[in-house]
Design a protein around this ligand. Structure first.
Ligand SMILES: [Zn+2]
Length: 398
């Protein structure tokens, strides 16, 4: 079945994410491309077989980027346990996640770690998300993905077996090469160590990985929950810091200077706080647990504020699957950035344009004639009310 040309009539439009929207706009789409963007009062001649959608009261927004996702994992309060589920179950989870992402207005997903599993086709162990990327390559309804391979971590940090552990420079470099040989688009280093007051590797060790990856045209990102690890990553020249829950003014100044991205994942703390109501797990329910979460949340918000003021480019992530969020929660992160002090349009730019910059995709975050029809429609105006992003009404690519 050939899709008919479609006209979205009389919508508001955020075509190029900025502080204001345009009203009374009609957008004509054909063959998954935007043919024309016109005032509704002057639509011009329409194709005879056009399908007209009355979009009155909606806002058309560029498809978003979830810059920190774990496609093969389901999230929820037992998110860590789920990593050990059978690989076939996790591939099934990825399909559900792909559906959830698309319906939530997410067009791009950057996978920052998936469990290793044996690939039945050649008997080799490699990161599961690489298979998801392959499956989705020709499926236009699925998000476009970039995949980091598996986590590269020091021993004694993450539950073993599903990821690569490396304790010295030679094994770190070997792990990095193997991930790239397997087909990872970029590398994910886990910069929290077995002792939280010590980074797992030296700046020189991490710089060797960065040089190796850059030499092969790949980027390096670093998980950082604590300041010591963030410092090592930033000094070593990683391309982005994930979470960055404990940044200080020196760290953000250097990030801004180098162009290091911060991928914020503040909504994690909102999710954990909600588990005080919905679970019986002591880490969420106990008073110490709740206080600890509140403290870490405050510090994380401060980090984002410092980064934003310093001019660091901030992209948004849910951490769904590798954390407790689910795949259709990116709106929560946009709201969290607004709570941290970003203007709603800046937070939306983080979820679109900045994410595109992080991926090296300049077309992301822009709705233009001749461009791909990668947009979705929400009920309301996310520039004055970011919660409108939860009210997805229609998605142009589904
Ligand atoms: Zn994660």
């Amino acid at each position: 079945m050939l899709p008919r040309p479609t006209l979205y009539r009389d919508s508001a439009l955020i075509g190029d994410v900025g502080p204001s929207l345009r009203k009374g706009v009609s957008v004509l789409v054909d063959d998954r491309r935007i043919v024309r963007i016109r005032p509704t009062s002057d639509e011009g001649a329409l194709p005879p077989d056009v399908h007209i959608i009355d979009a009155g009261g909606s806002t058309i927004i560029p498809g978003m980027v979830d810059a920190h996702s774990h496609l093969t994992l389901p999230g929820g309060s037992h998110w860590i346990d789920r990593g050990a589920d059978p690989p076939d179950d996790l591939l099934e989870v990825a399909e559900r996640n792909g559906d959830l992402l698309g319906r939530a207005g997410v067009r791009w997903a950057r996978d920052v770690g998936s469990p290793m599993a044996v690939d039945p086709r050649d008997g080799r162990r490699r990161a599961l998300a690489l298979r998801v990327r392959e499956r989705w390559r020709l499926n236009l309804a699925r998000p476009r993905v970039r995949v980091a391979g598996t986590w590269i971590s020091h021993s004694g940090v993450l539950t073993g077996g599903l990821l690569v552990e490396a304790d010295d420079r030679p094994s770190l470099l070997r792990a990095a090469s193997t991930q790239l040989d397997d087909g990872a688009d970029f590398l994910k280093l886990y910069l929290d160590g077995p002792k939280k007051e010590e980074a797992p590797w030296s700046t020189e060790d991490v710089r060797a990985v960065v040089d190796l990856a850059h030499g092969r045209g790949a980027k390096v990102t670093a998980h950082s929950g604590f300041l010591v690890g963030a410092r090592v990553g930033i000094d070593a020249g990683v391309d982005s810091i994930e979470h960055g829950f404990e940044l200080d003014s020196d760290a953000v100044a250097k990030m801004a200077h180098q162009g290091t991205f911060l991928v914020s994942t503040l909504a994690i703390f909102r999710s954990w706080a909600s588990f005080a109501q919905t679970t019986t797990l002591p880490r969420f329910v106990s008073n110490e647990g709740k206080e600890r979460i509140a403290r870490r949340r405050e510090r994380a918000i401060e980090s984002v504020q410092l980064a934003h003021r310093a001019g660091v480019r901030i992209a948004t992530g849910t951490d769904f699957g590798g954390g407790s969020l689910r795949a259709n929660h990116l709106a929560w992160e946009v709201e969290s950035l607004v709570e941290a002090g970003l203007k709603p349009w800046e937070a939306l730019a983080s979820a679109t344009i900045r994410g595109g910059e992080l991926l090296g995709e300049p077309a992301v975050g822009r709705i233009v004639e001749g461009g791909p029809a990668d947009f979705f429609l929400v009920h309301g105006d996310p520039l004055t009310d970011p919660s409108a992003l939860w009210r997805v009404w229609r998605v142009a690519w589904l």
